[in-house]
Design a protein around this ligand. Structure first.
Ligand code: PEP
Length: 234
């Protein structure tokens, strides 16, 4: 079954989220949809056709950590998945692989499945470093996990130059990276993320190595998301 994770990022007011949820309820799909809204709306989530995810988690458990949200608190909100290591957090919050590793361990201790984002910058691809970057991020983020835990991590390959830019890699570029990932993580689901939409899905869906998608911009447009899913599942 294809996995399609929806990353709302820091979008939607409470009223907009309510309307959005009503539209999402109507979406028809055979894929596993995972909605990752703002923390603020986790307790308003009431859809039965979609799984719930978070966009981030604390490296710490509950305690004196102002502004943090712990894995234990997420579990109480029925969160089953959590994005970690998104490139926006790596860039704007200077998140490092060591912290991402801590977050993944916290998630597993509350049976929450991490969706680990990895991917190279434009300059790294220009220098031919993309495989090296992705493998380093994966190795560091999964350090000291059991083999069973390692196999459960959902990996999202998101070339940074593709996120929100409308640019997507060629099929050969995506296949090459996914093969590299799967050599090291043969059991893992690997999603593609970066400007995937209802138009380029016709091309992307030909890539049999892709186990699903992480959608940013498109996640906020339920009508276009429906077209995307129909084309993906045809
Ligand atoms: C993302 O930020 O995870 C993402 C895939 O964004 P977009 O689809 O907007 O490129």
């Amino acid at each position: 079954m294809m996995i399609v994770a929806l990353n709302n990022k820091c979008n939607l007011t409470k009223k907009e989220f309510r309307e959005y949820q009503i539209k999402l309820q109507e979406v028809k799909t055979t894929s596993k949809l995972i909605l990752c809204p703002s923390f603020l709306y986790l307790d308003q989530f009431n859809l039965t056709n979609i799984k719930l995810g978070a966009q981030n988690v604390s490296t710490t458990d509950c305690g004196a950590y102002t502004g943090e949200v712990s894995a234990k608190q997420l579990k109480e909100e029925n969160v089953d998945y959590c994005i970690v290591g998104h490139s926006e957090r790596r860039e704007y919050q200077q998140e490092k692989n060591e912290e991402i590793n801590e977050k993944i361990k916290r998630l597993f201790s509350y049976q929450i499945t991490p969706i680990l984002c990895v991917g190279e910058k434009r300059s790294e691809r220009e220098e031919g470093l993309e495989k090296q970057v992705v493998l380093k991020e994966l190795t560091m983020a999964t350090k000291d996990l059991t083999e069973e835990e390692k196999g459960k991590v959902i990996i999202a390959y998101e070339p940074i130059w593709s996120i929100g830019t409308g640019l997507i890699p060629t099929a050969e570029q995506i296949i090459e990276i996914i093969h590299t990932i799967k050599e090291m993580f043969p059991q893992n689901k690997v999603l593609y993320g970066g400007s995937a939409n209802e138009e380029n899905i016709d091309t992307l869906k030909e890539i049999s190595e892709i186990d699903g998608y992480l959608l940013g911009g498109l996640s906020l447009k339920p009508e276009k998301l429906q077209i995307f899913l129909e084309k993906l599942e045809k």
